[in-house]
Write a protein that binds this ligand. Structure first.
Ligand SMILES: [Zn+2]
Length: 153
C-alpha cells in the first residue's frame, strides 16, 4: 500500500500533488490541506481552433425594368399580333397586352418563355455570396481540465 508523503500514513489512494513547490504523493485527507495541487494528467487532445468558412452563392433572378418595351419591339419585329404571340406561348392575349403596356410584370416562368420565343433578354441575374464563419472552437476545454486545483474548505 502506498504511503502519504505528508502524514506518513498508508493510504489506498495517493494523489500526485505539488505541496509548496514539491511533488509529493499524498493521501486523500492531506490533499485537502492547504495549497495542494492535485495533478491530473491531461488525456484530452488539444483541439486547435479551426474556423470554417462556409460560402453560399445565391442567384437572384429578376425581371428587368424595360421588359414591356423589349417584348413589344421583339413581337413587332416578328410581324406578330399580340394574339399570335399569346397563342405561340400558350398565354392569354390580355396577359401579353398587360405585359406590353407595363401593367403586368411577368413571372420568371413566363419571362423565360418570352425570352426563348422572342430571343430577348428580360431576366437579370444577380449573384450574392454570403459568407458565414462558423467557429468550432471548443470552449469546454479550460485550464481546469488540465490542472485540478483543490481548494481548502
Ligand atoms: Zn496524508
Amino acid at each position: 500500500m502506498p504511503t502519504c508523503d505528508m502524514c506518513g500514513r498508508e493510504s489506498e489512494k495517493v494523489i500526485d500533488a505539488i505541496v509548496e513547490g514539491t511533488m509529493l504523493n499524498v493521501c486523500e485527507p492531506c490533499s485537502k490541506f492547504g495549497r495542494v495541487i492535485a495533478i491530473k494528467k491531461p488525456d484530452i487532445e488539444k483541439i486547435e481552433p479551426q474556423p470554417r468558412v462556409k460560402t453560399t452563392i445565391e442567384i437572384i433572378e429578376s425581371i428587368i425594368d424595360d421588359y414591356s418595351e423589349k417584348v413589344k419591339n421583339a413581337r413587332e419585329k416578328l410581324n406578330m399580333k399580340q394574339i399570335d404571340l399569346a397563342r405561340q406561348i400558350a398565354e392569354k392575349e390580355s396577359t401579353i397586352h398587360s405585359i406590353e403596356i407595363g401593367k403586368l410584370k411577368p413571372t420568371l416562368k413566363l419571362a423565360r418563355k418570352l425570352e426563348q420565343f422572342l430571343r430577348i433578354n428580360i431576366i437579370e441575374k444577380e449573384t450574392e455570396a454570403a459568407k458565414k464563419t462558423l467557429d468550432f472552437q471548443d470552449k469546454n476545454l479550460t485550464i481546469g481540465d488540465l490542472i485540478n486545483v483543490k481548494k481548502s474548505k
